[in-house]
Design a protein around this ligand. Structure first.
Ligand SMILES: NC(=O)c1ccc[n+]([C@@H]2O[C@H](COP(=O)([O-])OP(=O)(O)OC[C@H]3O[C@@H](n4cnc5c(N)ncnc54)[C@H](OP(=O)(O)O)[C@@H]3O)[C@@H](O)[C@H]2O)c1
Length: 235
């Protein structure tokens, strides 16, 4: 029987053009939801729109200061059932050689934009959910992903600390911690093919999407993919 449990609900998914964000969007669409996807690659977003009648998109670079507020302004007044803060990338390398501009860009995209967006959309989100796609990296040390790990750790700390306050405003705050996932994430030029081992243990984006959507349904507080990665959070 077709699962229509998200029928009539609207979700905003950042980084919907590919990878985990695209898989989450497609699963929500399959379950009857409408999705507004956000990203920079219009060609890819248009292709998803062509395949799914419930999908529309906004082209935006979310690594710009105040991009979150700008996006929220464009969505003002629409009832939103969920916001999936997923857009992201990592700059790999010696932490002393990574350009400061990359630290700035990662901090904005991975940490500040999700906060700006969530706060600005709070009135539209009443009774809904904010999902922050973080990373299991917050529990381990990856020296060559220091800037990325620092920004994700900031989002992790925010998510855990602010959950109670979101709840008071009628919004459920959920965290997703994937391990390595088979997406374009590792194709960023800074990686220079140094991540073969990580790739070998990677799960599919569809697996992350299934765990996330099931977590939204049962109002989970945190999801680890694969589930056994939760043990590293207890160290
Ligand atoms: N893959 C992994 O191993 C892994 C593990 C743990 C956590 N994660 C996290 O999962 C999330 C999704 O990553 P993924 O693996 O699906 O990577 P991906 O395949 O590279 O997809 C990244 C998505 O983010 C969007 N994006 C990147 N920069 C953006 C910007 N400046 N403005 C707007 N959108 C932007 C991209 O869209 P456009 O190119 O269209 O802008 C794309 O849709 C990220 O937050 C990542 O940190 C990934």
């Amino acid at each position: 029987m077709k699962d229509n449990s998200f029928a009539g609900n609207l979700y905003i998914v950042t980084g919907a053009s590919r990878g985990i964000g695209r898989s989450i969007s497609e699963l929500l669409l399959q379950r009857g939801a409408e999705v507004v996807g956000v990203g920079r690659n219009e060609k890819k977003l248009r292709e998803i729109e062509r395949r799914h009648s419930g999908f529309s998109y906004i082209v935006m670079d979310l690594s710009r200061p105040k991009a979150g507020e700008e996006l929220a302004h464009r969505l003002k007044g629409i009832v939103v059932h969920g916001l999936i803060n997923n857009a992201g990338y990592a700059y790999w390398g010696d932490p002393l050689k990574v350009p400061v501009e990359e630290y700035r860009r990662m901090t904005q995209l991975l940490y500040l934009t999700p906060i700006e967006l969530s706060l600005s959309l709070l009135p539209e989100l009443k009774g809904g959910v904010v999902v922050n796609v973080i990373s299991a990296i917050v529990h381990v040390r990856f020296r060559r992903m220091t800037g990325y790990g620092a920004a994700k750790s900031a989002l992790h700390y925010y998510t855990v600390g602010a959950r109670k306050y979101y709840k008071k405003r009628g919004v459920h705050l959920m965290a997703v911690y994937p391990g390595p996932v088979k997406t374009d994430f590792f194709s960023h030029p800074s990686f220079e093919g140094e991540v073969d081992l990580l790739r070998r243990f990677a799960v599919t984006p569809e697996k992350v999407a299934r765990a996330t959507v099931s977590g939204i349904k049962r109002r989970a507080r945190s999801i680890y993919v694969p589930w056994y990665l939760r043990v590293i959070s207890m160290r």
